[in-house]
Design a protein around this ligand. Sequence first.
Ligand code: SF4
Ligand code: FE
Length: 477
Amino acid sequence: MKTGNEYRESLRKLNPVIYFMGRKIEDVVEDPATKPHVNAVAQVYDLAFDPAHEDLFITTSHLTNRKIHRFTHIHQSQDDLVNKVRCLRAAGQKTGTCFQRCAGWDALHSMYLMTYEIDKHYQTDYHKRFRKYLEYVQDEDLTVAAGVTDPKGDRSLAASKQADPDLYMRVIKRQDDGIVVRGAKAHQTGAVNAHEILVMPTAALKSGEEDYAVAFAIPIDSKGITQIFGRQTNDMRKEENSFDAGNTKFGVVGGESLIIFDDVFVPWERVFMLGECDMTGYGIEIFACTHRQNYGGCKTGVMDVLIGATSLLTTYQGTKKASHIREKIIEMVLLNETLYGSSLAGGLTSSPTESGAYVVNRLLANITKQNVTRNLYEICRLAHDIAGGILATLPSEKDLNDPRYGHLIEKYMKSVDHYPANDRMKILRLIEAMTGGTALVEAMHGAGSPQAQRVIMQRYAELDAKENLAKKILDIE
Ligand code: SF4
Ligand code: FE
């Protein structure tokens, strides 16, 4: 297993093509735009070496029996799917942000299940190929980006009916040694600082759309891949190297990129699906549900930091003892722990599949994610309420440090006398960053928009069985 620093070193050996604001990012480890996101993933690596967390973060590979980082493990039991959530919460608490690596973890898990099912139906050998790839990922302790979401063009049209055929990832050439793909993947969390990208179809496809039913994995610096790193709210504050950025160490949300595949070659041993349209629905549903369960783990850890920051601020501002403030803090805790409970329950009631891997309770996973889109907004609203208007009008760190008038900011930004204004301002900046703009939108749309969760909730709600319960009690035939 790699330490955080070994992870950083391994990134330095790659040469991904990344652009941001009209310039090329040459070194993701040090560039101010990407450095905090690298730090967040490095923290996930380091947790496996932390005596307080190693039991959770290290597990045994079912393929090789070797010790591996849990973030490359395929869930083999209900315990595994509970421990996943516990890991995510711990990592959220340590970083206060999205630590990215779990998206690829979920892609590995769903690809494991999907290749097994495809082989069963079509007598192909994708699963064998994928197990070999997985072994490589586990042994090298790699971070894999989950290349799932296509740009999708006109949402009212299917993949094959788009005016521009590249709006969904597709195969443009089949060769003796492999395939050539073209298209793009959007919102790619952690891809600028990943080693590999694992691509799968973004939606269920119909017969006739075989060229779009393609899954594969390649190094992130493969020829023909270009990434455009996305903007985030207040992202230029990262360049200022000041506490105004909020979470200067780890960033306020994971870094996302638009990845363009401009005729990229994939060797056959890295192709895990090609043309099996009827299996795409299964694959994307497993990925979506696996990833949605996470949100009651990572977000609750992140919200622990926010609740802590808000509570700390009340100490600094002298409002801690007000009964309505205490009530609101407890409300934040209630909303947060409710998410954690349903996420854990999704793991506790997960079920085995023929492949040996476990699948999360799909109804609970989607309910967890749907509640994140509500509870997180409410937690953030309460943080704004408690913090006060200063959250929106605070002077910058640069002004605080100005030799001419900085002392006046220090004087007037002080609240309870013995707490320095500098620390109060830092806390306010962290709350500002965690509760606004990009961070909040990610809670809404990350792992799929709310309506996508309701579609799966409808599928697994078992309304007929519930009707029968009522009928039985009422003796209705
Ligand atoms: Fe992982 Fe959560 Fe970030 Fe998704 S939002 S990649 S589950 S930390
Ligand atoms: Fe996310």
